[in-house]
Design a protein around this ligand. Structure first.
Ligand code: HEC
Ligand code: HEC
Length: 398
């Protein structure tokens, strides 16, 4: 772990940015350097590591993971005590969501059946919910180097690490907060609620090895430790790359070669099939939103999503606008010739790596065969029978 962090620091120093902010400011020049390198050897996709590491200030242990699981399913974390993290990241859907945009506060039901209650004034979430599987590895590069304390989160990279991310849904009006509480006080309210529950007090003290351990930081740490444990690294592709040449069919192997030769791996690279950078593709806006979503630093760029477990992350793209893999591939095929689906973007803004794709219609189904070899449905699906607050497990999802 220490070695990996040092390795990362050396790489960061080498591209001339010391400290994360410096890196962000220099995103443009840095990505130009990387792209040149990528174009030279775009075959760089590989298996996930067998194990994951945790940030130095949040080492993992079994008690912490199980506490995180309880918090994840406990609607006590939401203003109205009716939404939990699992409402939008349910194991039945690979810890992702089957709606284009999610319904948090003032909703009922699960997956495609989830709807707003009558008399609703709460908006949909701004974007399609990502799968939490393998978020332990967010930020991993082609050399399998990653730093869990700096792991990029969200479609626009606006949070770093699962720990930093954890309380953001709690504070967001449409996800978990609701109208009942102001953003400034909601986390205090949640901490106070949890402190009042004896069973939680005990579990926190055990997980963190200290007394009075129910704090905002430790709630985030437990949630992060649980999510980090949600690994799915046994896809047919992983087995093939680790040496079992019978794990993938001939057509899947052909699809893998086409994926690389077409240029998909220029951006969908490394063990997560993501460079964890942002790119402009020009996906259309979702008309359920009352505003234009301009993505990373108002550039209309969005983070390259992982291509693992696509079975669960449907519908696709940052706003769930593309329903199937066939239509994603058709979207790429159309990029060169047809009018861009997003009217706020000029063709000159679209990433050249996307415009240069050598995608042929006849190869689409073979590439999709390969993408299906990236699914792994043997992940942890354990749902607790009850949560310490005594509220309904998962929130109003029945
Ligand atoms: C109302 C639905 C909803 C709820 C409830 C919700 N999320 Fe999410 N989650 C989303 C959406 C939508 C995104 C994508 C947002 C974006 O990228 O801008 C997301 C993204 C994430 C990500 C980023 C994953 C990645 O690869 O970047 C993590 C981690 C996450 N959520 C964890 C949680 C946790 C922990 C909770 C509970 C404290 C939670 N979520 C509650 C909808 C939800
Ligand atoms: C220029 C970089 C780039 C290239 C090249 C590229 N992609 Fe993507 N891909 C992205 C980005 C960025 C998104 C998300 C765009 C958005 O949501 O607005 C994406 C989204 C996707 C998704 C949707 C995943 C999800 O969960 O929503 C799939 C599937 C996909 N790409 C497959 C491919 C395939 C197959 C190829 C090759 C034909 C390819 N991509 C080439 C950057 C790229």
């Amino acid at each position: 772990m220490r070695f990996r962090v040092i390795g990362l620091l050396i790489i960061l120093a080498a591209v001339g940015c010391i400290g994360i902010n410096a890196c962000q400011n220099k995103q443009k020049p840095e990505s130009v350097v990387t792209r040149k390198k990528v174009a030279a050897d775009n075959g760089n996709i590989n298996a996930l590591p067998l194990d994951y590491s945790s940030p130095p200030d949040n080492p993992s242990n079994k008690e912490k993971i199980e506490l995180g699981r309880l918090l994840f399913y406990d609607p006590i974390l939401s203003g109205g005590k009716d939404v939990s993290c699992a409402t939008c990241h349910h194991p039945e859907f690979g810890y992702a969501e089957s709606l284009e945009l999610s319904i948090g506060v003032n909703g009922k039901g699960l997956g495609e059946k989830r709807v707003f209650n009558h008399g609703n004034d709460i908006p949909f979430t701004k974007r399609n919910a990502q799968s939490l599987l393998n978020t332990a590895f967010n930020g991993i590069d082609r050399n399998s180097t990653y730093s869990p304390a700096l792991a990029p989160m969200f479609w626009d990279l606006r949070a770093k690490s699962l720990e930093e991310q954890a309380m953001l849904p709690v504070k967001t009006l449409e996800e978990m907060r609701g109208h009942g509480f102001e953003e400034q006080i909601i986390t205090k309210e949640i901490v106070a609620r949890i402190q009042r529950i004896k069973a939680y007090q005990k579990l926190f003290d055990q997980a963190f090895g200290e007394s009075n351990a129910v704090t905002e930081k430790n709630i985030s740490r437990a949630l992060a430790a649980f999510q980090r444990s949600l690994i799915a690294n046994q896809s047919r592709f992983d087995k093939y790359m680790r040496g079992d040449k019978s794990a993938m069919s001939t057509r899947e192997i052909e699809g893998m070669q086409l994926f690389v030769s077409t240029g998909c791996a220029s951006c969908h690279s490394g063990p997560m099939f993501s460079d964890f950078k942002t790119h402009v593709l020009g996906v259309a806006d979702n008309d359920k939103l009352a505003f234009v979503d301009s993505g990373f630093q108002q550039s209309f760029a969005f983070r390259t999503p992982s291509l693992r477990n696509l079975r669960f992350t449907r519908p696709y793209m940052h706003n769930g606008k593309i329903p199937t893999l066939e239509s994603v591939l058709t979207f790429y095929e159309d990029l060169r010739g047809k009018d861009l689906p997003n009217k706020h973007i000029q063709r000159s803004q679209v990433d050249t790596l996307a415009l240069q794709l050598k995608l042929e219609f006849k190869n689409i189904s073979t590439i999709i065969e390969f993408l299906n070899a990236l699914n792994d449905d043997k992940y942890d699906k354990t749902i607790p029978a009850s949560v310490p607050s005594g509220l309904t497990v998962g929130g109003k999802i029945q």
